[in-house]
Design a binder for this molecule. Structure first.
Ligand code: SF4
Length: 378
């Protein structure tokens, strides 16, 4: 069972220096063929039991598809899966791949929400990251999206960039606030193995932010964005009231989602949940889909202990926290009989706070969230 759809578009104009995602050069004719593969894959899945509440085109660079390709996909998804009248339909957009016209056409195609991969408002950092756009293009893309009628725009920013100072990060945040988006996602840079960044910045590189500076940047984002009226609703996400990402909130609440496309992940709400992904090799994906066969990589039927663990560490990411009554309804177990000691210790050491039957992370717990989540692993 699923009520959300993720569609992976694996093409990028050029690989960013920090990125470990699998992406393909779009010049090989594959981009024209890819939507047809997605539709063939769609037909291999059973239709959803209920209409979709959200669709998310992620990548890669989904804005490399032509708006007419997106329109056709949405039309087919709506017929096959059904689509709620107020469904949130997000397109990730790289500011270097869109024009005033194309953004209008994406809106006409049915996209309701834009997620702009801005990452930085500093051209020197953008060049160092290997991004294909400038700050001016990002600003223009934002204004063009507004002018095209998008009332729900999210922007992504990365902090702890090599050599970045706290003052430079403050300037980034001010720039973001000044644009006045509805949603901001904030990520700390992670150095991924096998990327050019991993070679340029080994673990002991003096240019990398240490834990204290990263924590200061995280706290500064919280201070400036919440003062500007954003709600800090998830560890890395801020939104104006009424503009929380419906699709991503579904991930944290363990809604079922189907992933279409190369390397797309799925989580179906069958039993305690089934997780699997598609092959991350385009050729293997194409072979499977064209021969009418779904190749599920790493398929895993969750046991109760795994599902309870996920319920905790995904739910705790949200500012609304984990409702222990919902836990008990879902699993038929008294919360304290499963995690009573762990939760009590985390409350005692200041990582969690319990308010009635709701558990939430404290500010300290947010900063050290990975260590908190580990305690709930089966
Ligand atoms: S555009 Fe996104 S997916 Fe593509 S290489 Fe850059 S960071 Fe990776």
């Amino acid at each position: 069972m699923f009520n959300r759809l993720y569609v992976h578009i694996p093409f990028c104009v050029k690989k960013c220096h920090y990125c470990a995602f699998i992406s393909h050069n779009p010049e090989k004719g594959e981009r024209a063929e890819y939507p047809a593969l997605l539709l063939r894959e769609m037909l291999l899945h059973a239709p959803a039991a209920r209409p979709l509440d959200s669709i998310y085109f992620g990548g890669g660079t989904p804005s490399l598809l032509h708006p007419l390709q997106i329109a056709r996909l949405l039309e087919k998804f709506a017929v096959y899966f059904g689509l709620s009248a107020d469904a949130e339909i997000t397109l990730e957009v790289n500011p270097g791949t869109m024009s005033r016209n194309s953004i209008k056409e994406f809106r006409d195609a049915g996209i309701t929400r834009i997620s702009l991969g801005i990452q930085s408002f500093d051209d020197a950092f953008l060049a160092r990251l290997g991004r294909i756009h400038t700050t001016e293009q990002s600003r223009q893309a934002f204004h063009d999206a507004r002018e095209a009628g998008f009332a729900n725009i999210s922007i992504d920013l990365i902090h702890s960039l090599p050599g970045q100072s706290l003052d430079q990060w403050r300037a980034e945040l001010r720039h973001a606030i000044q644009l006045s988006p509805e949603h901001v996602s904030i990520y700390g840079l992670t150095i991924e193995e096998g990327t050019p960044f991993a070679r340029s910045y080994p673990a002991n590189s003096p240019e990398l932010a240490d834990d204290d500076l990263s924590a200061d940047m995280f706290e500064l984002a919280d201070e400036l964005l919440t003062s500007a009226g954003f709600e800090h609703y998830e560890i890395a996400n801020y939104a104006r009231s009424g503009y929380l990402s419906q699709h991503n909130s579904g991930y944290w609440k363990r809604d079922g989602y189907l992933g279409l496309g190369v390397a797309a992940h799925s989580f179906l709400r069958d039993g305690y949940g089934v997780r699997f992904s598609n092959p991350d090799n385009l050729e293997e994906y194409r072979r499977g889909v064209t021969s009418g066969r779904l190749t599920r990589v790493g398929a895993c039927q969750l046991m109760q202990a795994e599902a309870m663990s996920e319920f905790m560490f995904l739910g705790l990411r949200l500012a609304e926290g984990v409702d222990l009554r919902a836990f008990e309804r879902e699993f038929g177990r008294v919360f304290e009989s499963v995690y009573g000691t762990i939760a009590a210790d985390l409350v005692r050491f200041g990582f969690l706070i319990q308010n009635g039957r709701v558990l939430t992370l404290t500010s300290r717990g947010i900063l050290l969230s990975n260590q908190v989540f580990e305690k709930f692993l089966p």
